[in-house]
Design a protein around this ligand. Structure first.
Ligand code: URA
Length: 220
């Protein structure tokens, strides 16, 4: 945990190493994407450590033994915020192939720094909201505005805050404070809490525009 209640910073040496690769402005899009994928495994290790298990019996080629399997009483929903969140959802889907993926389409209005919706695959009615585990994915938690809007999508449908995790690569203290004030029981998992936001709402030192660097659309 960090100084923020309910914010877990995964500062594993491999996270730190790969973060340095993606922060470097000279890093190519291909190397950038691969380094993020490596960090994603480590973030998900933390984000999923409270999933419940149940005992099963397994017959190995040698004998019957006790094993453990994930309890299927809860539906796991992976919710990447387009477009940068897609970099996390490939890995998330690979390690949890049974999960549901519900995309959230939001971009940031560069003048007001507020999120603008254009797509949302969340059902109008969420049945048994208490039985959902939501993993919202966005590499950059900057102002916190899109994080708050995306969390609201689920809390408005009665999903308990305790069942929601927000997963980011890099977070700004300003955004973390805002999200935690609005949703104190949503757990945030991040690889770094950086220094601050600049006037354009970019995280410093950060890594620039994550979506542009992932999809190689950086304009010079
Ligand atoms: N979004 C980004 O891609 N980068 C930032 O620094 C802030 C928001």
């Amino acid at each position: 945990m960090s100084d923020f209640k309910n914010v877990c910073v995964v500062n594993h040496p491999l996270c730190c190493h790969n973060l340095s690769i993606i922060r470097n402005k000279e890093t190519s899009a291909e190397v950038f994407r691969n380094a993020i994928r490596r960090i994603t495994y480590l973030l998900f290790y933390k984000a999923t450590e409270e999933l419940e298990l149940e005992a099963i019996k397994i017959e190995t080629p040698l004998e019957v033994c006790e094993g453990k399997t994930l309890k299927r009483n809860k539906e796991i929903i992976i919710a990447p915020i387009l477009r940068a969140g897609l970099i996390f959802s490939d890995v998330a889907n690979e390690i949890m192939p049974f999960a549901t993926v519900r995309h959230i389409g939001m971009y940031r209005d560069e003048d007001t720094l507020t999120p603008v919706w254009y797509y949302n695959k969340i059902p109008v009615e969420v049945e048994h909201p208490e039985d959902k585990i939501i993993l919202i994915l966005d590499p950059m938690l900057a102002t916190g505005n899109s994080a708050i809007d995306s969390i609201k999508l689920f809390t408005n449908k009665k999903v308990p805050q305790e069942n929601i995790r927000f997963i980011s690569l890099i977070s700004a203290p300003e955004g973390l404070r805002k999200v935690q004030d609005a949703f104190p029981n949503v757990k945030i998992i991040t690889a770094s809490i950086d220094n601050c936001l600049n006037e354009q709402g970019y995280i410093r030192p950060g890594l620039g525009d994550a979506g542009d660097r992932i999809f190689n659309t950086v304009e010079n």
